[in-house]
Design a protein around this ligand. Structure first.
Ligand code: SF4
Ligand code: SF4
Length: 149
């Protein structure tokens, strides 16, 4: 059982930066209107670009019941974030939530996604792995303490 659907702390804790090539306007899946430019190659989820951080795609009440409004189209940092990781528990602590154990097989917001029963990818969508052309760099720079707001 994932904690993510009753959490959402990481979506309100970290800047979420990713390659512009993940945007739908460049052939990716993330709705362009939900991102703001960082530089020529990188953009950021809207709402994670200022403090207090709260991703514009996050729905619901943090710590109670949450969801990702673009689950099928979310960017790679969200797909790669691990429930129960150190970063997860730091985010939870900052929002007054108890630490949890690492949950093998779950990745962040993949479980936020649990509320969406449609699976990881929708028809016609493609997942651009980190390291692909235009990717912003090592995964840890995308959603990590270095990007913490
Ligand atoms: S990955 Fe961790 S911080 Fe993010 S929603 Fe899940 S339990 Fe909360
Ligand atoms: S999982 Fe969804 S709500 Fe959370 S940061 Fe990513 S896009 Fe935003």
């Amino acid at each position: 059982m994932s904690h993510c659907q009753q959490c959402g702390a990481c979506c309100a804790q970290f800047r979420v930066d990713f390659s512009i090539y993940e945007l739908d306007e460049h052939g990716g899946s993330v709705p362009s209107g939900l991102a703001v430019p960082v530089n020529g190659n990188t953009c950021r989820m809207r709402g994670t670009d200022h403090v207090p951080i709260r991703c514009a795609a996050l729905t619901g009440r943090l710590g109670e019941q949450v969801g990702c409004g673009i689950y099928e189209w979310r960017p790679n940092p969200c797909r790669e974030f691990t429930e129960g990781s150190d970063a997860c528990n730091r985010a939870r602590a900052r929002h007054g939530l108890a630490p949890i154990a690492r949950t093998k097989g779950w990745s962040l917001r993949s479980t936020l996604a649990g509320r969406c029963d449609r699976g990881e990818r929708g028809p016609g969508l493609r997942h651009i792995p980190s390291g692909a052309v235009g990717a912003t760099g090592p995964r840890k720079t995308q959603c990590s303490p270095y990007n913490q707001g």
